[in-house]
Design a protein around this ligand. Structure first.
Ligand code: PLP
Length: 466
């Protein structure tokens, strides 16, 4: 009926049939008609006039959003009437979004594969249950208890952690975990060690927390722990940030020897290891190496991860795992920034972990991404070997590709854009120190096989042209 009213088939003030007549015409129970009329009346679509009957409302609820008659002059908001702090370290120069039919990212999941039906089904089911209404109120800053319980078994089984519900804070994605850890550890111009090069957003987060970043080199075995030892001998270090499973950006795995060395150093010099395990689920060649957190006997590791890479970036659920005292402090800090997470979504995810949906989906996409990695790498070897240096990554969603001399990514990307393929213009951020390594991460996971072929064919044309 709302549809008929909106489309004008039922004009304002039209008299509607009585409930008995309508129930006979539609062959439905009279109570159903009465309930529908009540609902329509509560939404002001229809009105009841005593002794006359039921009518389409004379004054219908607003159907179309009112158009603004006077759009403000676009300059109005460029004037700021107060002072505020601008952060140079958050400003990335020369970055503007590029528009092209095919966009190549730096390694993000393919959101087209997200199990949205499963999520919607579980979410609806939970939202409909009367005993879940309490989830709509203010809840636990630490995150939904069922999700924390589900995570304990999920992470302990799949990653060899020995965590408990008290050691977990649910966050909005890994990034919130990195932010909280930085605020707890770095506030007083404390030193944090990262790889050269490193995940740029993490660097920005450390700077925002007033940390001083010291960089050590990264080779085929990951971040160089001997260099970390040398720095520790000279000064106090508060934290080391590692993406141990696949170093961001170069995708290498931190070797077993260096893992043990790093844990030893953390114990000896009392620093925290911020282990950002952003893509643990994506390993293609062998079983994944267990996180540092699984060997942390002295409480040195803050383990950060999430579901944004397995499920979809827009579903912001991550976790921050640490000794209880640290988790408690992080929760207090989180509370003043974001009172709590999306409890219904958290409950949904807990159900999807417990019934195996998450694990099934993760296995499915791992297989698809492996095929994409293989196709992508085979095509680069076949067609672009003269121009590119790269190693097949044993996991993750991107390949670290360096251009051989004398080629230059700026020119390659400008030419590719003319052929309708846009690379992420933020690539420069991987060379913060202007070392000239000329490498970029090219994401393969979010491209289907045809898109991969188009990207490689385009690059081939571009390189030949250049
Ligand atoms: C290394 C690394 N850490 C953390 C994140 C942030 O992930 P989330 O979306 O879970 O906040 C990303 C996102 O790309 C990443 O690449």
């Amino acid at each position: 009926m709302i549809g008929f009213i909106k489309s004008g088939k039922l004009a304002p003030s039209t008299k509607l049939p009585g409930s008995r007549k309508l129930s006979e015409d539609l062959q439905i129970h009279r109570k159903t008609v009465v309930a529908a009329y009540d609902e329509l009346m509560s939404q002001d679509w229809i009105e009841s006039i005593p002794a006359k009957g039921t009518f389409v409302s004379k004054n219908l609820p607003i159907i179309k959003a009112k158009e603004f008659q006077h759009l403000p002059d676009s300059n109005t908001h460029s004037t700021v009437g107060f002072d505020f702090k601008k952060r140079d370290h958050l400003f990335i120069k020369g970055i503007e979004a590029l528009h092209a039919p095919l966009k190549v990212d730096e390694g993000v999941p393919d959101h087209r594969l997200a199990p949205i039906e499963d999520i919607a089904k579980n979410y609806r089911n939970i939202a409909n249950k009367i005993h879940h209404k309490e989830l709509l109120g203010y809840g636990d800053t630490y995150g939904n208890l069922n999700l924390r319980k589900a995570l304990v078994s999920y992470l302990n089984q799949s990653r060899g952690l020995k965590t408990t519900v008290d050691n977990i804070l649910i966050t909005r994605g890994s990034q919130m975990g990195i932010y909280l850890a930085s605020q707890l550890l770095l506030n007083n111009q404390n030193t944090i060690i990262t790889g050269n090069t490193n995940y740029m957003t993490a660097d920005n987060t450390f700077m925002e927390a007033n940390g001083i970043i010291k960089r050590v080199s990264v080779d085929d075995n990951g971040i160089n722990t001997s260099e970390i030892a040398s720095i520790c001998q000279q000064q106090k270090v508060s934290a080391v940030y590692v993406t141990s499973h696949h170093h961001h950006p170069t995708t290498v795995t931190l070797s077993a020897e260096r893992r043990m060395h790093l844990l030893d150093l953390a114990q000896q010099y009392h620093f925290a290891i911020i282990e950002d395990d952003y893509d643990y689920d994506f390993h293609y060649s062998n079983a994944p190496i267990l996180p540092l957190a699984s060997n942390d006997t002295q409480g040195n590791v803050i383990y950060i991860g999430g579901f944004t890479k397995i499920i979809a970036p827009a579903l912001r659920i991550g976790y921050f795992i640490a000794p209880k005292e640290v988790v408690d402090e992080a929760a207090r800090l989180r509370r003043i920034l974001d009172r709590q997470g999306d409890t219904l979504l958290e409950q949904t995810l807990s159900r999807m972990i417990m019934n195996g949906d998450v694990q099934r989906h993760s296995n499915k996409v791992r297989k698809i991404y492996k095929e994409r990695r293989d196709l992508f790498c085979n095509l680069i070897s076949e067609k672009l070997d003269n121009y590119f240096d790269f190693k097949v990554p044993n996991g993750g969603m991107a390949v670290w590709v360096r251009l051989k001399q004398p080629y230059n990514w700026d020119i390659v990307m400008a030419e590719a854009l003319k052929l309708n393929v846009a690379f992420n213009p933020e690539w420069r951020r991987y060379d913060n120190d202007n070392s000239g390594h000329n490498g970029i991460r090219i994401g393969f996971a979010a491209l289907d096989k045809d898109e991969i072929r188009t990207v490689i064919n385009t690059l081939e044309k571009v390189m030949e042209r250049i």
